[in-house]
Design a protein around this ligand. Structure first.
Ligand SMILES: Cc1ncc(COP(=O)(O)O)c(C=O)c1O
Length: 321
């Protein structure tokens, strides 16, 4: 089934970062997931969830795929479903950017808007899930990949992302990984454990996220944090968690652009700042891999807009203006 554009998912480059560490002898690499054809790491779980649905017979040629996502997962599924000739309905909310909606539509996905948040929690996620469940009961032969609960989310990273990293580098001391559905970190951490690698796994979470407990507060960017404990999370596989703010994400993105000429998405900036926050504690000749989930093109109106940052995030250091 893996054919055409789908053969270009994965095997993303590992980019040596030379200027972002203050320790001259530390080796730092970015796993540059923005090079996937759908523009993000989500191509991997999207492909595996659809492939396995086809293999098990849960998805057939006339099945309608329904997923709740406001960003990268919806775009990845839209690309894959378009290639396979499957009908896709993306359940989204008003936080989805116009550009993302346009990309989904360009691939031929149908859009189903949820206008109101869940009345009890004030969150859109439960409202979107309720809408998915309503559509599943109304539409015959429909299928919900459900990235939050589907084990093929994390298994995609087990069988591809971490395997590729391990094949490229002899020794990896630290893996820095952003967390949202926790598919990426779970898959990579399980691979590390099963293959007895000595790599320590560092989760980068957003301040105000509920993944590891704590107080919930407003977060601006998709991809880092969640308002719940994701079912895929296995905290015992994670060695350490560091927290970053929305401003850290913006500063990290600007630094990546300034020092490495990498135009990355918000969560990559967050992962970069998560690394920097503890890099002075890491051994001088250690090797770290930072997973950068997506490109910056989808953040031109937010992270890369001075006016937007000033209004929504706050003041940036002068040298990054
Ligand atoms: C941009 C971005 N960064 C990071 C992540 C986190 O990955 P995961 O959901 O596997 O925890 C996501 C997932 O939504 C994402 O879209």
């Amino acid at each position: 089934m893996k054919n055409g554009i789908l053969t270009t998912i994965g095997n993303t480059p590992l980019v040596p970062l030379r200027q972002i560490t203050r320790e001259p002898k530390q080796h730092v690499y970015a796993k540059w997931e923005g090079m996937n054809p759908g523009g993000s790491a989500k191509d991997r779980p999207a492909l595996r969830m659809i492939q396995e649905g086809l293999r098990s017979g849960e998805i057939g040629p006339d099945t309608v795929i329904i997923e709740s996502s406001s960003g990268n997962m919806a775009i990845s599924l839209a690309m894959i479903c378009s290639y396979l000739g499957l009908r896709l309905i993306c359940v989204i909310d008003p936080k989805t950017t116009t550009q993302n909606v346009q990309i989904m539509k360009a691939y031929g996905a149908e859009i189903d808007w949820v206008e109101q948040p869940d009345p009890q929690t004030g969150e859109f996620l439960p409202a979107r899930i309720a809408r998915v469940q309503a559509l599943l009961s109304q539409i015959e032969n429909s299928y919900w990949p459900n990235q939050y609960a589907n084990p093929h989310n994390y298994l995609s990273h087990y069988h591809t992302t971490m395997k590729e990293i391990a094949a490229s580098l002899k020794e990896i001391d630290y893996l820095f990984c952003g967390v949202s559905s926790c598919g990426t970190i779970r898959g990579c951490a399980e691979y590390i454990k099963d293959h007895k690698l000595k790599t320590k796994v560092i989760a980068v979470d957003a301040k105000g996220s509920m993944i590891f407990g704590g107080e919930k507060s407003k977060r601006l960017f998709p991809g880092l944090g969640a308002g719940m404990v994701p079912p895929q999370l296995k905290p015992e596989l994670i060695d350490r968690t560091v927290y970053v703010t929305d401003l850290d994400c913006v500063i990290g993105c600007r630094l990546l652009l300034q020092k490495e000429s990498i135009l990355a998405g918000a969560s990559s900036g967050g992962v970069m700042m998560g690394f920097q926050s503890i890099s002075a504690e890491l051994p001088k000749d250690s090797t770290s891999v930072l997973i950068f989930p997506d490109r910056g093109d989808r953040y031109l109106d937010t992270v890369y807009s001075r006016e937007w940052v000033k209004e929504h995030v706050g003041a940036m250091p002068d040298e990054l203006q």
